[in-house]
Design a protein around this ligand. Structure first.
Ligand SMILES: Cc1ncc(C[n+]2csc(CCOP(=O)(O)OP(=O)(O)O)c2C)c(N)n1
Length: 373
């Protein structure tokens, strides 16, 4: 992992909602002079300026949204928060590289509850996320009936995010199997945490993905933030790297600094190309920061000792002259305003009715009503 930084967040967490003030102070904080870091063209891996700025833009948008969600929770307007601040440098490139669409000719995504950066990069409006955390019936993912960041977007092959951890891994092998038969070079992507790799579902996925002659086009990823709720990574793993377990199944595997969006972009691109070309699986273990702790259950406060990938990347772009402080301030301010507007709109919208509990389940099947079991 690269060096730690203590650069402060642009949009600070606050329990109080003061839309105009918040937008202004976020912009002011973001415009503060930043510590210059040494950089060179090499440190951007040959990526174009436009691409780098787009990545930065999505990373900021995702961070502002997550900090908005935390404020909504702390203001008592939501019951629970869990999400992905600190995982932007991996999640954003992933979302940008996906072959987005519906059906087997497009990529399938089996994400976990820290996937906001990926969906922001795919084009999710902030309002979709705010409606979900505020449990509004207008939430298109779940009709206001699931936790924060538990999305579902059929139009983009985004399978429902589940609360039981790691079940998404074998499911990803299922869609990859269907894609392989379809033969259109689409792949399935799965994300999940390090602690969850102790689950049998993870081990099953390694087997399913790698059977000789039946290998699957699946990108297996683990976001290693070194914690499972309150259990530290150290002491829980006999293996040196989680990626080493994939190697035992002859799955091509690598460990990357998931806090560097350039490294992440290049690695994901390369592995996706390999999968599309060979039809075989690949594995990426990305080291990331769990910047606001596990969830609202442990306070959802920013950990100043951890590397902040958004600010580190922003500093690099500023130091290289690819961004100006004025432009940075404008970006933070714009997204802060979008987040506040989304919250204000969601407040005016209804919550689900008791009758709607029977909607979106196995309608008209024997499983539709548990009272008939
Ligand atoms: C099957 C299952 N077991 C336990 C839990 C409780 N639980 C929720 S999140 C979590 C920690 C997961 O840690 P990790 O996989 O490292 O992902 P992170 O949250 O750190 O991103 C646990 C144990 C659960 N949701 N599902």
């Amino acid at each position: 992992m690269s060096k730690k930084t203590t650069v402060k967040a642009g949009a600070k967490t606050s329990a109080k909602l003061a839309p105009k003030k918040t937008a202004k102070s976020a912009a002011k904080a973001a415009a503060k002079p930043v510590k210059k870091v040494s950089t060179s063209a090499k440190s951007f891996g040959g990526l174009s300026k436009d691409l780098l700025l787009e990545m930065h833009n999505f990373m900021v948008k995702s961070r502002v949204l997550e900090e908005r969600l935390i404020k909504i929770y702390k203001a008592g307007e939501a019951y629970f928060w869990i999400g992905g601040p600190g995982e932007e440098a991996f999640g954003v490139p992933l979302g940008m590289l996906v072959n987005k669409g519906q059906g087997l000719a497009h990529d399938w995504l089996h994400l976990h509850y820290r996937c906001t950066p990926t969906l922001i990069a795919m084009g999710m409006p902030m309002l979709d996320s705010v409606r979900l955390i505020m449990n509004r019936s207008t939430d298109t993912s779940t009709g206001g009936r699931n936790f924060a960041n538990h999305y579902c977007f059929p139009k983009w092959n985004v399978a429902p995010v589940t609360s039981p951890i790691e079940v998404q891994y074998p499911l990803a092998c299922g869609t990859a199997h269907a894609q392989k038969r379809h033969g259109k070079k689409a792949l399935s992507v799965v994300t999940g945490g390090d602690a969850g790799t102790a689950e049998g579902d993870f081990a099953s996925a390694l087997i399913l993905a790698s059977r000789k002659g039946q290998e699957l086009p699946v990108l297996l990823t683990v976001q290693n933030n070194k914690f499972g709720i309150s259990t530290p990574y150290e002491g829980q793993h006999g293996e040196t790297n989680i990626a080493d377990r994939a190697k035992a199944f002859n799955i091509r595997a690598r460990v990357i600094n998931g806090n560097d969006p350039v490294e992440a972009y290049l690695a994901i691109k390369e592995e996706m190309e390999y999968i599309r070309k060979t039809g075989k699986p690949s594995f990426i273990e990305a080291h990331v920061s769990r910047l606001y702790g596990h969830s609202s259950a442990d306070g959802a406060n920013k950990k100043s000792t951890l590397l902040d990938p958004v600010f580190e990347f922003q500093d690099r772009l500023l130091a290289a002259g690819l961004l100006t402080e004025k432009a940075v301030a404008k970006i933070w301010e714009t997204y802060e305003a979008e987040g506040v507007a989304a919250q204000e709109q969601a407040r005016t919208e209804p919550v689900p009715t008791s009758e709607s509990v029977w909607e979106n389940i196995f309608v008209n099947s024997e499983n539709a009503d548990w009272r008939n079991f």
